[in-house]
Write a protein that binds this ligand. Sequence first.
Ligand code: ATR
Length: 279
Amino acid sequence: MSVAVDQYGVFGHPVGHSFSPFIHGVFARDTGEQMSYRAYDVAPQEFGTRVQEFFSGGGRGLNITLPHKIAAVEVAQELTGRAAHAAAVNTLALQDDNVILGDNTDGAGLVRDLCDNLRLVITQRRLLILGAGGATRGVLAPILGLEPAIVVIANRTPERAEALAAAFADLGVTQGVGFAYVGDTPFDLIINATSASLSGDIPPIPAGAVGPETVCYDLAYGRSAMAFVRWAQQSGCALAVQGLGMLVEQAAESFRLWRGVRPETAEVLAALKRRIGSV
Ligand code: ATR
């Protein structure tokens, strides 16, 4: 006799490359949680309908990936504070009162990777974030919660960086600039949140922004992070890291929201590093 298990999944377009089914499969096995998790390729025009169908058909929770993270804000009936700050949702959870909660675990995942896995100190350090799009907005509040000395946001279109810095100024010291105004003092941490790597481009970061103590981190992983990670390694930084740890940690935060238990992440992260490359 088969027992119905709680259903979870990820909605994306495309979604075939997603590691989420693998990650959540290992989490479920390790924690002994009875659940299924699969990837659904959902086109933008059918996103809202498919979410409703998933939950009315007994689904318990969804991860939301590109290009649906902003549309998911509208689908959610209630938002966590961090999802509201991010203006994007990467996790939906059906609560006991049948209300669909929208959360964003991306920033928390990044913070976990920086602080717990890489053991970096962010408090009172100087941070440079490259890019002023959705990826930057998604991680700014949790990063500012660590109380860095300053977060400089540099963007090809300076007005977007200025607007983002102003929008988050109540949470910490922020500054929005064009790349030419980043300055020549080395930063402690440089985070690449641009999509420039997708086309093999590197933002024009002044050479003086990177020093021998600087850690460079790309929010992307695999091929999408390759150009930035190579540039960082050649620029003489202390460490160049791709965002695989963030991927695993944001998944663990989603899993905790759904199941009330936080899985161990080290084994999954090691397995993905073996598969994709270890930087
Ligand atoms: P995401 O949600 O991934 O952040 P986005 O909102 O489209 O996507 O933002 C992409 C970011 O990458 C932007 O900061 C963009 O700069 P602009 O605001 O000037 O468009 C940045 N970006 C994309 N391609 C780039 C390139 N070749 N060089 C520098 N920055 C680039």
